[in-house]
Design a protein. Structure first.
Length: 344
């Protein structure tokens, strides 16, 4: 009978499979508006981007229309349109408006756009007749600069987010368990598709599984760090070419009592791999993640070589990145293997 597959804690693409529900303190998101805007989906961000400019233009368009209405510019503009030939003293032609060529809300809205985005077609301009109009001009320019800084900064941050760089950091689809230096090891392959390097790259692994304490407390997602090794030693890696990262299954390992017979019975087992580093070209810290469930771990397999020397340089064949071959491997747990060696 087929077993029901457990839900992943971390997806193969690095997305965390966690849904947040019943959050009562929604107001905390508004205390950091910029981060909230960056975290929004692109359709929502573009909608807010458009509405912020449109609403500011409409608001100040209404202000300019009220200034023109209070000063009487609308009445004199209408009279000038009816009697364009008048120009004697005391006639409508000698009247100085706050803003020239405003005779309706539409023209006030167009002038608001011209002020905020500095288009300036020359048909409408502020005169020295009204100090209030000069003050509104200054305020609208400041508000426009603030909106530009926030919204353009938000768009820039969304287009340069660190997870975009992580798309070119790849992990092997399967992990393997085989002998290395006479010890059972959990191994995976990681690579970088770009020529620009990840500086100070570090990698770590965790086992996530359901556990219960001696007091009966059930921890559904217990995260246990596991010691890992790599070809250059320590957690820091030089990711100029694909590397095989491995974890030695010893007595301190959560995989110490797992054998090929019971591996696929550990449906609650999930191994998470996290790669972090600084992008060389931008200086932004990025993180790539993946996970392996029990049925994605191959026992008695080894990754095939993909780096070869050609014409005085090293060539990487990514078509074989996840390919494995069978190798002789004991069908027992690491504990049993260690006990057998001690007896011998």
């Amino acid at each position: 009978r087929a077993r029901e597959r457990r839900a992943r804690f971390v997806g193969k693409n690095g997305a965390c499979n966690v849904a947040h529900k019943n959050i009562r303190e929604q107001g905390r998101f508004l205390q950091d508006v910029f981060t909230t805007l960056v975290d929004l989906k692109w359709p929502h961000t573009l909608l807010i981007f458009t509405m912020s400019f449109l609403c500011s233009w409409l608001l100040f368009g209404m202000v300019w229309w009220l200034i023109a209405f209070a000063h009487g510019d609308l009445d004199h503009s209408t009279r000038l349109q009816r009697d364009p030939g008048e120009g004697a003293a005391g006639s409508p032609a000698s009247f100085v408006p706050c803003v020239t060529s405003i005779h309706s809300f539409t023209s006030a809205f167009l002038f608001s756009i011209e002020v905020q985005v500095t288009i300036g077609f020359g048909g409408r301009m502020v005169t020295e007749e009204c100090p209030a109009a000069i003050l509104v001009l200054i305020v609208q320019n400041i508000v426009g600069l603030v909106i530009n800084a926030i919204m353009l900064g938000c768009i820039f941050m969304k287009t340069s987010q660190a997870h975009r760089r992580a798309e070119t950091l790849i992990f092997s689809k399967h992990a393997v368990i085989a002998l290395r230096e006479g010890k059972l090891c959990f191994m995976l392959r990681v690579g970088d598709l770009r020529k620009s390097m990840i500086i100070s790259a570090t990698i770590r692994m965790q086992v996530v599984k359901k556990t219960a304490s001696l007091e009966g407390e059930v921890v559904p997602l217990n995260q246990i760090d596991i010691q890992m090794e790599n070809p250059v030693g320590g957690n820091s890696i030089f990711l100029v070419s694909p590397l095989i990262i491995y974890h030695v299954i010893d007595k301190n390992s959560p995989l110490y009592d797992i054998s090929p017979m019971n591996l696929h019975h550990h449906e609650d087992l999930e191994i998470i791999v996290i790669l972090e580093g600084v992008v060389e070209t931008t200086g932004i810290t990025t993180q790539a993640r993946t996970s392996y469930l029990a049925d994605e771990i191959l026992w008695g397999q080894r990754f095939v070589p993909i780096v070869a020397e050609e014409d005085g340089r090293y060539s990487v064949d990514y078509s074989k990145f996840g390919n494995t071959v069978k190798v002789p491997t004991p069908s027992c747990t690491a504990r049993q293997l260690e006990e057998d060696k001690s007896i011998m």
